[in-house]
Ligand binder design. Structure first.
Ligand SMILES: [Cu+2]
Length: 449
C-alpha cells in the first residue's frame, strides 16, 4: 500500500515536471518571438553624472564599471530621475559565447545606478519582458512600499506597464538592485545591477580609482543559447560584470593611486572568495555600511556571499599585472572543463590506434590535466568557449571565468589597457641553469621535458 502510494507520488511528480518542461518550451518560444520586436536600450538621454544641478555633491570619484555602463539621469523637481527598462538582451559573455538573457536597458547586468547620500531618486521601471517583474533595491533603506517585493510590498509590474519608485537615500555605500518576482528565473537570467551611493561629505583618504564589479554564475550548456535558470548546483559560466576571461576588461591604475573595488554577488547559489595577488587590502564596507577603522583587518582574499557586497581598498604601490579572481578552482574555468571525465594518469597505449580506425584523428586527452587543451584550440560545439583562458605575455593563461587583471603602471597618462607588464631585470622567475643549481646544491634526477 505504502509502495503504491509512493509510486503514485513519483508519477505525479514526473507528470508535473513534464508539464513544467512543456511550459518552459512555450515560454522560450514566446521569449524568442518577443526579442524580434523588443526595443533596444531606450532609457533617457545620457547626462553628465558629475553635473552640478540641484546643489548635489559632485566632487566624488565617479565609479568605473569594467565591461559595463552607468544609468543616465536627469533632474526633475529636485529629484534624480532614472529609467530602467526590463527586457531580453542578446548578451556576449566572450567571443564565441552568446546567450539570450534578461537584463535592463539593453545590458546584462543592468547599468550601475550612481547617486549621492541625501539624493531624492525617482526610478521608473518599464517592463518589456513577457512576464511580470518588480525591482528590489537591495540593502537600500527606504519606505516599505518602495522595497519592490512582488506580492508582499507591491503589485507585480505586468508586461507593458511602467511603475515608479521614489525615495530619499539615507545611507552611503554599495547596494544592488534585482528582480524580486519569480526570483529563480529572473535573477538566474541576469536581472541584477549595482547601486552605488557616495557619501554626502567626502571621506579621507579619497580614492583615485573606484571600480564596481558584480559577480554572477550561469548554466549554459554548450550549443544552447538560453541560460538555464532552473540549475541549482552545476554552474559552468562564472562572470565578473557578466563577462568571462579573456573578455573581462583589466583594472588599470597608476602606481601610487588609492584604489577601491566594490564587489557585489547576486549569483543564484554560490559565494565567491575573491583573491587579489600582490597586495594586502582592507575591507572598508559591507552592504550594511562602513566598517569602523578599528574593526578592519588586512586580507588578501575576501569572501563575497550571495546577496552581499564587500568593498576593498589599497594603495597600488607595486607595479605589475596582478591576477584578481575567484579562488574556487571551478570558477576560473570556462564551460568545457566541468564535466570532463577524469583521465589523469591514464595510459591509452594501443587504444588510440584502435579507435582511430573508427574515428580518424582520435586522441585520448587530459592524461596530465587541462592546461594544454585551451592552448591547442580544441574544437568546441557551436556557441561555446574552450575551458581555459588566453595567451599571456609569457605563456598560456590557464584560467577563464571569474578572472581579471589589475594592471598597475608608472608613467601612464590614460587608463586604456597598457598591454602586458615589462618585468624589470632580475624580477622574473626563469629556468635555472645547471651552473646555478650546482652552486646552490640543488640536484634533480629528471632532465627537463
Ligand atoms: Cu567563485
Amino acid at each position: 500500500m505504502d509502495k503504491k502510494r509512493e509510486m503514485t507520488r513519483r508519477e505525479a511528480l514526473a507528470a508535473s515536471a513534464a508539464a513544467v518542461a512543456g511550459g518552459a518550451v512555450l515560454f522560450a518560444q514566446r521569449g524568442l518571438a518577443f526579442a524580434q520586436d523588443a526595443p533596444g536600450a531606450n532609457g533617457p538621454r545620457p547626462s553628465d553624472t558629475t553635473g552640478t544641478r540641484g546643489g548635489e555633491r559632485t566632487d566624488y570619484t565617479p565609479v568605473v564599471v569594467p565591461n559595463g555602463k552607468k544609468l543616465p539621469w536627469t533632474v526633475v523637481d529636485g529629484a534624480k530621475v532614472f529609467h530602467l527598462v526590463a527586457e531580453e538582451v542578446d548578451h556576449e559573455f566572450a567571443p564565441g559565447l552568446r546567450a539570450k538573457c534578461w537584463g535592463y536597458n539593453g545590458s546584462v547586468h543592468g547599468p550601475t545606478i550612481e547617486a549621492v547620500e541625501g539624493d531624492r531618486v525617482r526610478i521608473f521601471v518599464t517592463n518589456n519582458l513577457p512576464a511580470a517583474t518588480t525591482v528590489h533595491w537591495h540593502s537600500v533603506l527606504l519606505p516599505n512600499g518602495m522595497d519592490g517585493v512582488g506580492g508582499l510590498t507591491q503589485k507585480a509590474i505586468s508586461p507593458g506597464e511602467t511603475f515608479v519608485y521614489e525615495f530619499t537615500l539615507r545611507q552611503s555605500g554599495t547596494a544592488m538592485y534585482h528582480s524580486h518576482h519569480d526570483e529563480m528565473t529572473q535573477i538566474g537570467l541576469g536581472m541584477t545591477g549595482l547601486f552605488v551611493i557616495h557619501p554626502r561629505t567626502a571621506r579621507e583618504p579619497r580614492v583615485d580609482r573606484d571600480f564596481a564589479i558584480l559577480l554572477h554564475e550561469w548554466r549554459i550548456d554548450p550549443g544552447t543559447s538560453r541560460p538555464n535558470p532552473n540549475e541549482m548546483t552545476e554552474f559552468n559560466v562564472l562572470t565578473m560584470n557578466a563577462k568571462v576571461f579573456p573578455a573581462t576588461e583589466p583594472l588599470v591604475v597608476k602606481r601610487g593611486e588609492r584604489v577601491r573595488i566594490r564587489l557585489g554577488n547576486l549569483s543564484p547559489m554560490e559565494h565567491h572568495p575573491i583573491h587579489l595577488h600582490g597586495y594586502q587590502f582592507v575591507v572598508t564596507e559591507t552592504d550594511g555600511g562602513r566598517i569602523p577603522e578599528s574593526a578592519r583587518c588586512p586580507h588578501a582574499t575576501v569572501l563575497v556571499p550571495v546577496g552581499s557586497t564587500r568593498t576593498i581598498e589599497f594603495v597600488a604601490d607595486e607595479p605589475g599585472d596582478w591576477a584578481f579572481h575567484c579562488h574556487m578552482t571551478h570558477h576560473v574555468m570556462n564551460q568545457m572543463g566541468h564535466q570532463f571525465p577524469n583521465m589523469i594518469g591514464v595510459k591509452p597505449g594501443a587504444i588510440d590506434r584502435k579507435v582511430q580506425a573508427v574515428v580518424p584523428g582520435y586522441m585520448t586527452m587530459g592524461q596530465s590535466g587541462m592546461a594544454e587543451m585551451g592552448e591547442m584550440g580544441m574544437g568546441v560545439p557551436a556557441n561555446s568557449i574552450p575551458m581555459v583562458g588566453d595567451r599571456g605575455k609569457h605563456d598560456y593563461i590557464t584560467m577563464g571565468g571569474m578572472f581579471t587583471v589589475l594592471k598597475v603602471r608608472e608613467r601612464i597618462t590614460t587608463y586604456v589597457d597598457p598591454g602586458w607588464y615589462e618585468n624589470p631585470p632580475g624580477t622574473l622567475a626563469t629556468r635555472a641553469s645547471r651552473d646555478v643549481m650546482e652552486r646552490n646544491g640543488i640536484r634533480v634526477k629528471r632532465e627537463p621535458g
